[in-house]
Structures are given as structure tokens and as C-alpha cells.
Design a protein around this ligand. Structure first.
Ligand code: SF4
Length: 337
């Protein structure tokens, strides 16, 4: 499916957005000031075509509300991709948009131009959280748009945020369950980052918003990730894509970490190990067996997981070893008092 296709991103920062959501400054998040034009599409495709790729290629319009852009400009961008679709260089198109900018007429246009995947910014399924974030749509809008997208045969990706003003861990789990009920083909999880020049940044500076730290994000996403995976819904992105702009100072607080996904996967394994060791006698010596590809995630950065487990269970010693277990599995292969 195209969640695994190679994606050629083209940014339309903030284009089509009726206003600013409190957390958003797409020009800083994407690191791009000007929206794409038909020429940008051609240039992105020429560069991509020059590189060998065995994978299917999708051209993706990100960073704005694509289907709320004036129709002629949508068609200019979509039209610029048509020769590349016709030649087979591209297999399909992909775009992100707002749930309240999707209806049958919109979907018919997108289908005509070869769009296969539609990403909807859901962010939360709690209307109060959506209102505090200045989203301008409700959870019912997300449900209506998501059903329409699925019913019309498009691939559906839902974007969810954690740590928005007014949200809680229980709220995040409830949002995840309501998103899963919409049977998405994939999910992106974006813990809230405080970006310079946003309303959220001002709220934070005024002491009216409590930062969603990297640790907060790791804890809640380590609960969400197994939930989505157990339902067969891949989490195709975890955390904002690191950019020079964000790393260079535009991310002033919140859950910005260039390797957030790795931290979350590492925490998922720590949580599993914690459950496995429940009830173990103090001073035990333990070796955990994990899939060879997950050794470093189990150990954690600077042995953080092992040190935490050792302290948590007052162990004499804890080690990790490669073992023929499935991805995400752990076996306790050696234990001695
Ligand atoms: S979050 Fe989406 S809809 Fe809101 S301002 Fe940013 S790009 Fe526009």
C-alpha cells in the first residue's frame, strides 16, 4: 500500500487554512516560506526522476489545507503532476487537508487527478480540545470526512496530536479509540511542539499552557503505539520531522526531539519488560532476550532502560541478549537469585 511508497513532498505552507491553529506555524515547521507552484512540482519531479527508486512513488502536498486552496490553484498543482503520472514516474498523489474541507465534489476532483491517499488532520476527538486549539472543526467533522474518504475508496491517514491545551492521557487514549473506529490505513502521531510565533507559544510564555515535555510525549505515545499496532493500523510517523528551522531555535519547547520515534519504541519495550518482571525477587540476576533488531531499543539511550529496570526491581544485574523472538517480543531467558 502507498503508506510504504516513496514520498516526494511538496509544501504548500498554510495555504487554504482559514486561520492559524494555536500550535501551528507551517512556515517554521516546514522550513519553507512560499507555497509551491506548478514549477515547484516539475522541479521536485525532475529531481526525483534523476534518482533510481525501486519503490512506487507518490507526490505529496503537505503543510496546508490542500482542498481549501482556490480550485484553480489546486488544479494547477495537480495538473503539473499529470505528465509524471502518465509516464509512470509517479504511481499516485497524496495530500493533507482539514476534515471540514472534504465533500463529494472535492473527492471527485481529487480522484480525477489521480489522488490516492488523503491525510486528515484530526488532532483530537474531544470538541473542547479542538476548540482550545482553534481548529475550527469538530470531532463529528472528522468522522464524517473520514467515512466519506473511506467509502469513496481513498486511502485514509489520520493525524493525531497529544499534549494540546486541555488534553489528558485518558483523552488521548479515547481519541485513539475513536480514530481506530474509523478504520484508517495509517496514523501519524504528533506530540505538541511549542513553535515560535504561534498563539500556543504566547500562552506558554504567559503561564497559561503547561508544556507537553519529551518525557510526557514518550509516556503517552508508548501507550498509543501498541494500541494502533494491535489493531493493525501502522503509525507511519511519530513526531515532527526534524528540520534545520525547528532544530535551530523555532521549536522553543514541548515534545521536539529528532529521534522521538526511537524513544517511544524503546519505552514500549521497557513497559513490556516491566510487566514481565512483575513480582521478581530483589537481588535477582536477569537477562532479557529480544529480537536482534531491537537490542539497542531495549537497552535504551545510555542504558537508560536497563538502569531504570534495575532500580525499579532492585535487581543485582540486568543484561540483554539477542534471541529468536518476534518483533516487539521479550523473553526472560536467564534468572538467578
Ligand atoms: S494545523 Fe493544519 S489547518 Fe491548522 S493552521 Fe496548520 S496547516 Fe492549517
Amino acid at each position: 500500500m502507498s503508506a510504504r511508497a516513496s514520498v516526494i513532498p511538496v509544501f504548500v505552507p498554510h495555504w487554504g487554512c482559514p486561520h492559524d491553529c494555536v500550535f501551528c506555524n507551517q512556515r517554521r515547521i516546514s522550513g519553507q516560506r512560499e507555497p509551491a507552484t506548478a514549477e515547484t512540482v516539475q522541479e521536485a519531479m525532475r529531481q526525483a526522476a534523476a534518482l533510481p527508486s525501486g519503490a512506487k512513488r507518490q507526490l505529496a502536498f503537505y503543510g496546508g489545507s490542500f482542498t481549501a486552496i482556490p480550485v484553480e490553484q489546486q488544479e494547477a498543482l495537480l495538473g503539473a503532476a499529470q505528465p509524471w503520472l502518465a509516464s509512470g514516474e509517479l504511481s499516485s498523489l497524496r495530500l493533507s487537508t482539514r476534515p471540514d474541507a472534504v465533500d463529494m465534489a472535492v473527492l471527485e476532483r481529487l480522484r480525477r487527478y489521480g489522488v490516492r491517499t488523503i491525510e486528515l488532520g484530526a488532532q483530537s476527538m474531544d470538541d473542547r480540545v479542538l476548540a482550545l486549539a482553534g481548529r475550527g472543526h469538530t470531532a463529528a467533522d472528522v468522522e464524517r470526512a473520514a467515512r466519506l474518504v473511506k467509502d469513496e475508496g481513498f486511502e485514509l491517514i489520520l493525524q493525531m496530536m497529544t499534549g494540546l491545551p486541555g488534553d489528558t492521557e485518558e483523552g488521548a487514549l479515547a481519541t485513539a479509540d475513536r480514530l481506530l473506529a474509523l478504520r484508517p490505513d495509517g496514523v501519524r502521531l504528533y506530540p505538541t511542539v511549542i513553535v515560535r510565533d504561534t498563539a500556543l507559544c504566547e500562552l506558554w510564555k504567559a503561564g497559561r499552557y503547561t508544556e507537553h515535555t519529551v518525557e510526557d510525549a514518550v509516556r503517552v505515545c508508548a501507550m498509543l503505539l501498541p494500541r494502533f499496532e494491535a489493531a493493525g493500523v501502522p503509525v507511519i510517523r511519530l513526531g515532527l520531522n526534524p528540520t534545520e528551522e525547528l532544530s535551530g531555535g523555532a521549536a522553543v519547547g514541548g515534545a521536539y526531539h529528532p529521534a522521538l520515534g526511537e524513544l517511544v519504541k524503546s519505552r514500549v519495550l521497557r513497559n513490556k519488560a516491566e510487566a514481565l518482571l512483575d513480582g521478581i525477587a530483589p537481588d535477582s540476576r536477569v537477562t532479557l532476550g529480544v529480537n536482534p533488531r531491537e537490542l539497542s531499543q531495549m537497552i535504551g539511550q545510555h542504558r537508560s532502560n536497563l538502569d531504570w529496570l534495575k532500580a525499579r526491581f532492585a535487581l543485582a544485574e540486568i543484561n540483554v541478549r539477542s534471541s529468536p523472538v518476534n518483533h516487539g517480543g521479550i523473553c526472560r531467558i536467564f534468572l538467578e537469585k
